[in-house]
Design a protein around this ligand. Structure first.
Ligand code: DX5
Ligand code: ZN
Length: 220
């Protein structure tokens, strides 16, 4: 099953609640929420107060992508403000295995995110614990960048690695996904698609529906 997770980093923050409702109406699956701390990545985005504010606006699952140093310090707070699934970066966790356990103990779906240059090897001993792996297909920190072509091979290798171990883990791709490249990215083995600028530029509902169409996703 394929899932669409529009990234609200590209939304109009002056009417964020409305835009999140619009995603739900159009049939999106998750709301992808990019939290940036200005240390792990150069930008600062938003944190718990914003997530808490939009939580009542939708029943969609909140897919929280933590681009912050030592995310273990804040997991409980993200659970309390409405996260359903949390991605922690392997590069930002000193004790990745323990951090994954903590995410699961909070009742959240656990995911590990990898920067483009990070090898899949870091997943070797934790993959069976994960619900999802988030492969960054741009360097994290900004929306609107171009998909790094070499990442298709990485998606393929991860799907192979999971299948050879009999694991049905979700593979989420994040960065530079467009209506033009989404089909080939799914074909490589991804099944959760993050899209920021290509959803929020122009007609949001129309864009979500176009993505869902290309993803073989049943629309209402
Ligand atoms: C980048 C973020 C992405 C970003 C994607 O650091 O993790 O989720 O919002 O934006 P687009 O789809 O515009 O590349
Ligand atoms: Zn993201």
């Amino acid at each position: 099953m394929n899932y669409l997770a529009p990234s609200i980093l590209a939304a109009d923050f002056s009417c964020l609640g409305e835009q999140v409702k619009c995603l739900e109406r159009a049939g999106a699956d998750y709301v992808h929420i990019d939290v940036m701390d200005g240390a792990f990545v150069p930008s600062i985005s938003f944190g718990m107060p914003v997530i808490r504010t939009i939580r009542p606006c939708t029943g969609l699952a909140f897919d929280v992508h933590l681009m912050i140093e030592e995310p273990a310090r804040y997991l409980k707070k993200f659970a309390e403000c409405g996260a359903d699934m949390v991605s922690v970066h392997a590069e930002s966790c000193r004790h990745l295995d323990r951090t994954i356990d903590e995410v699961k103990q909070l009742g959240l779906r656990a995911s590990v995110a990898l920067n483009p240059a990070t090898s899949l090897h870091v997943l070797e001993y934790v993959l069976p614990k994960l619900d999802m792996v988030l492969l960054m297909t741009v360097n994290p920190g900004f929306g609107g960048q171009k998909f790094i072509p070499g990442m298709k091979e990485k998606i393929r290798s991860l799907r192979q690695m999971a299948e050879s171990r009999g694991l049905a883990v979700d593979i989420e791709v994040d960065g530079g996904i467009t209506l033009e490249n989404v089909e080939s990215i799914l074909e490589a083995g991804a099944n959760v698609v993050v899209a920021g600028s290509s959803v929020f530029k122009g007609d949001i509902e129309g864009n979500v529906k176009s993505f869902l169409g290309k993803m073989g996703h049943a629309c209402d």
